[in-house]
Design a protein around this ligand. Structure first.
Ligand code: C2E
Ligand code: MG
Ligand code: MG
Ligand code: MG
Length: 288
């Protein structure tokens, strides 16, 4: 009996894996054409500075408008792009769009646009020079741009370390994304120039439990020690926002505040919506 169940499960599992690999090959094929057909687009999600009560950060998030599948999220195609090397072209496209958009937001005070960069991109020694040229051409001050890297990029070490130093030397900010979910050691963190630590939404989700609060408090303490700011991601409820504010987190983003959207919607509707939430006294602990 146990054996039968085992076999059934094995068969089911194989079929599942087959579907996944077929799906993967389909994605890979289509992704090659997606760039030529201009099917990729970039949405933007703001993060709010909890003290000045303004949007100071906007994260660029890539999407794929697939002719058949509809809007496909990055979780479905970034891993494929990383495996096939297409990530370099996609990465450059997102950077180009984000730099262009950051230029259009030049009138928004203290706004920085953040771009996610894959570990593979940081192995490319020409990355900083190309970025410098891009900023130059666009006339964008470097402090208007930030690069988000995950801990795995730090573990990859040299030449990623050198590339990060090169990016930072331009005046472009560096953030560690999804902090606490990877494998970086604390020692390693001290080796790299880090401006912002982004608290992963799994920690935000655990707020309200003693363990969750302690973890976020620990990340804030660590960030202070290395002179980094803290942005919490994935804030979906008011109690989470209130707790983050009390814990000394600098900025927050999440569906509670704004979903990722087309850039045109950001400068007008989102600040209005945010100030509405901010000023209605919906969250007295935050409006200090
Ligand atoms: P990430 O950089 O950690 O981005 C945050 C993700 O959380 C985004 O998912 C965002 O839509 C989602 N999110 C924001 N607020 C909330 C919330 O309140 N609740 C929940 N449940 N989710 C929220 P998205 O857009 O699907 O992106 C997923 C990941 O794909 C990103 O995680 C990032 O690692 C990667 N990614 C996105 N764009 C790019 C890109 O241009 N290049 C590279 N290399 N990776 C990218
Ligand atoms: Mg990110
Ligand atoms: Mg993240
Ligand atoms: Mg992520």
């Amino acid at each position: 009996r146990a054996k039968d169940t085992g076999r059934e499960r094995a068969v089911w599992f194989d079929e599942q894996m087959h579907v996944d690999s077929v799906n993967r090959v389909a994605i890979e094929n289509d992704l090659r054409h997606a760039l030529d057909r201009d099917e990729l687009l970039v949405e933007y999600q703001p993060a709010f500075d909890l003290r000045v009560e303004r949007i100071c950060h906007v994260e660029a998030l890539v999407r794929w408008r697939h002719p058949v599948r509809g809007l496909v999220g990055p979780q479905e195609f970034i891993p494929v792009a990383e495996e096939t090397g297409l990530i370099h072209r996609i990465g450059e496209l997102v950077l180009a769009r984000a730099v262009e958009q950051a230029g259009r937001w030049a009138h928004v005070p203290d706004l920085r646009v953040w771009v996610n960069v894959a570990p593979q991109q940081l192995v490319d020694r020409e990355f900083p020079a190309r970025l410098a040229a891009r900023l130059d051409r666009a006339g964008l001050p470097a402090h208007r741009l930030g690069i988000e890297v995950t801990e795995s990029a730090l573990v990859a070490c040299s030449p990623a370390g050198e590339v990060l130093e090169g990016i930072r030397a331009l005046g472009v900010a560096i953030a560690i994304d999804d902090f606490g979910t990877g494998y970086s050691s604390l020692a390693r963190l001290g080796e790299f120039p880090v401006d912002v630590i982004k608290v992963d939404r799994s920690f935000v989700h655990d707020l309200g439990t003693p363990r969750g609060e302690a973890l976020v408090a620990g990340i804030v303490t660590l960030a202070r020690a290395i002179g980094a700011h803290v942005i919490a991601e994935g804030v979906e409820t008011l109690p989470q926002l209130t707790a983050l504010s009390a814990l000394g987190v600098d900025s927050a983003s999440g569906y509670l505040l704004a979903r990722p959207s087309a850039p045109g919607h950001l400068p007008l509707t989102i600040p209005t919506e945010a100030s509405f939430r901010w000023r209605t006294g919906l969250h007295p602990a935050v409006a200090r």
